[in-house]
Design a binder for this molecule. Sequence first.
Ligand code: XIL
Length: 459
Amino acid sequence: MTERCQGDTRPRTGPRARTAIVLAAAALLAATSAAFLPGTASAGTTLGASAAEKGRYFGTAVAASRLSDGNYTTILNREFNSVTPENEMKIDATEPQQGRFSYGAAEQIVNHARSRGMSVRGHTLAWHSQQPSWMESMSGSALRSAMLNHVTQVATHFRGQVVAWDVVNEAFEDGSSGARRNSNLQRTGNDWIEAAFRAARAADPGAKLCYNDYNTDNWTHAKTQAVYNMVRDFKSRGVPIDCVGFQSHFNNDSPYVSNYRTTLSSFAALGVDVQVTELDIQGAPAATYRSVVEDCLAVARCNGVTVWGIRDSDSWRASQTPLLFNSSGQKKAAYDAVLAALNNGTTPTDPPTTPPTTPPTTPPTTPPGGSCTATLQDSTRWGDRFNSQVTVSGASNWTVVVAVTPPQKVSNTWNGSPTWDSSGNVMTMRSNGSGNVFGFTTMANGTWTRPVVRSCTVS
Ligand code: XIL
């Protein structure tokens, strides 16, 4: 029975009319689900596409030296829509000698990612570890200026290409003290972290600025609380911080705990985004991987998950076999669990409930240069962004042009190969063999106008 609320003045219908309405609704539902099944099936088959449909990214750490390995890049290009250079943006890599900057390996990764529509997380501008020897031996005001100059130079160099920077990494002590880590940077003065954030904001005002750390997953731990208090203090004083990264290297000494979701949501409630930035789990238990992804999806401000490497053999902790692909590049059970969690527990290849009315005997034969039809539909909407889905009919080798309204920006796409015009507002999406339904996320930036399909052509 349809529930009626108080004040409902719709005419009541008799039993026969109600049956007719129910039957019509069921027929419409069957027709709709049949029409959308092909797209749904292809959308949920890779980590990046499935995450994008939930308005998130799924990323991996990438090593420039592995980009020549075909097995590695095949998985990278197929599965991920965000990358973090594993070592190539660290201080020792980007400023090996003071004042001499070296960006070659980092740029290799950035170009690989951006030319394929993947976003880049920058890691990391200020850290006690992996410092070049000239910096390790510095102290006091000379070190403070050298650190700030480094932040400024590197963030400026990559301005507009990095969506989020780990501005400061691992600045807190482990254990129960809740204190700052004793490092050469800390000894330049307690305000070194906020000084680094201010320099980064000035250098690249468009990038999200994150504080990143490990052993900050358990809500009850002193280190977690200490970082939380710092972020709350920064927000209250207007220090430019936008996000907190949780490395999430889980192992027997530092296990996943069920209050992880509380940690993510508590930080998010301070008015920052949260990101899982370096996920790996000893032994790669599928259930734990699934929980981490579910926890992120449960928190609206959790932007995405990055795993710290692709295959077990790529891991910094290879002997723990902590990743989603084995050393031959095959998907592990943890991969299936992550994909299922991203797809919300549904199986992406569920068979249709009603058979298609026309069996797909021959492929469509639209002549080259012919036209097709592209229909845009609204899908999920969040506080700051929304997804749209475009269904193409009439061709499999289509090109669809879609425009968004400035200051809107497309932040993510799936099931197509996008290029943009110079304004960044007009996206040309070409089929990439993933079917006839593609999607994209638009950052509203205050404007909620629906994107417009300008054309559909066959190439
Ligand atoms: C690791 C890399 O994976 C290794 O290749 C490198 O030898 C050491 O650093 N926390 C971080 C990452 O923020 O930068 C570290 O990456 C892992 C721990």
